[in-house]
Ligand binder design. Structure first.
Ligand code: DP6
Length: 399
């Protein structure tokens, strides 16, 4: 057996405040508009990936959550592999070697949370570490992760991260890349509550949904041409001056507009369900009651709600969520048991309780609540955490 080279990394997910929806070029996977997101901390949600290569490996192999997956015709995977290998510092050292990759994520499948951003960010970063790749220009790696999944490019950085669509997204993807607006240390008080909402229907994949939207929605074209640029400018400024009122308002308006473009798609796409809409009403009532924006909702291509707030309001909002969304299993309902305990002991104002009396949902409408915050980009892990046996090249991970 020849030497096995390897690298193990973890990468975060991100939740957009200004949404990416619509591709300018399908082969390049470039977007029709800029987008921006908060990178979430990896303590709860992350993808972990080991990439290895050796002259002894006979074929490329991939295991996802311990299960072997065929790589035949997997354009996204090979764009990442070939893109990063071409940047290896020692030219030619790894050429021709087959790779063995094993990856898992901590996103419970049943939760329906998107994991492609974390998955492709982890894959790209694992190849970077494996091949000791060096960018020719800053942001180049994110242009490679983008070809795995658009939103993955933003997961290569921590904090608040924009994806610039690039100057020529129709012919050249070189500058369609992620740029860090502020590291996670800039606004450490930002918190995210993820409400995993029950969903019985099958959803439309982002890739398919956005292609129908581009083909049929005039509202989407208008959004890309006339709305997003100003919103990007405003939300970046708001984030930098830690102005939650503006940050929250723009975030909610952009989520609403994204879902309006889904309704304007023909045939229409419905990602939010009645439970999602109930969360929207609840948050507006809460903000109105407070006389300011203390919580902002946003929804991706599914019914789960992500609420952004600040540390000082987190317990009150969690208490409100626990009050309106009864659960069957208290111990498993909130990811962080200390916060759950504090929220259960928190006394909501009687006036607020009266105001939201009609917002009481059924048991199980919200299945789990993750309480998290902003965090760093991908991290290199110790070889002890390898998901590949570094002697035999076999997968070690079993879910
Ligand atoms: C609604 O990045 O999953 O979450 O590039 O086709 O892989 P592909 O799409 P993907 O789309 C994410 C869409 C979104 C908005 C966002 O994250 O900006």
């Amino acid at each position: 057996m020849s030497e096995i080279f390897s690298a193990t990394v973890s990468a975060p997910t991100n939740i957009a405040c200004i949404k990416y929806w619509g591709k300018a070029s399908i082969p390049l996977n470039t977007p029709i508009n800029d987008s921006v997101s908060v990178t979430l901390h990896q303590k709860d949600l992350k993808a972990v990936t080991t990439a290895s290569c050796s002259a002894s490996f006979k074929e490329d192999k991939l295991w996802l959550n311990g299960i072997p997956v065929s790589l035949e015709g997997n354009k996204r995977f090979y764009s990442c592999l070939n893109g990063v290998r071409a940047l290896a510092k020692e030219k030619g050292k790894f050429d021709g070697m087959k790779v063995h990759v094993s990856s898992y994520n901590t996103f419970p499948t049943a939760a329906g949370l998107a994991s492609s951003a974390a998955g492709y960010a982890a894959l790209t970063f694992a190849f970077k570490e494996l091949f000791d790749a060096k960018e020719d220009y800053e942001g180049q790696l994110s242009t490679i992760a983008r070809q795995g999944s658009g939103s993955a490019c933003r997961s290569l950085y921590g904090g608040f991260v924009a994806w610039r669509k690039g100057n020529d997204p129709y012919n050249n993807g070189e500058d369609s890349m992620a740029v860090q607006i502020a590291p996670e240390s800039h606004w450490p008080e930002i918190r995210a509550l993820i409400l995993v909402v029950s969903d019985k229907k099958k959803d439309t994949s982002s890739t398919k949904g956005m292609s129908t939207s581009v083909a049929t929605s005039k509202l989407l074209a208008h959004r890309a041409d006339s709305i997003v640029a100003k919103r990007m400018e405003d939300i970046e400024k708001a984030y930098l001056r830690k102005d939650f009122e503006s940050f929250g308002k723009i975030t909610m308006m952009d989520s609403n507009q994204f879902h309006a473009t889904c309704l304007d798609t023909y045939p229409p796409i419905f990602y939010m369900n009645d439970i999602s809409k109930g969360v929207i009403q609840l948050i507006h009532k809460y903000n109105e009651f407070c006389g300011e924006i203390r919580a902002a909702y946003t929804f991706d291509a599914g019914p789960n709600a992500v609420l952004y707030t600040l540390e000082k309001y987190q317990i009150e909002i969690l208490a409100l969520v626990l009050h309106c969304y009864p659960c069957s299993d208290k111990s498993a309902f909130v990811s962080n048991s200390n916060l759950a305990e504090e929220a259960r002991a928190f006394k909501l104002s009687d006036e607020l309780v009266d105001l939201v009396a009609v917002n009481h949902a059924s048991v199980g409408d919200v299945k789990v609540v993750y309480c998290t915050e902003s965090g760093p980009g991908p991290l290199r892990l110790d070889d002890k955490e390898s998901l590949i046996d570094l002697v035999t090249g076999d997968n070690l991970y079993n879910s």
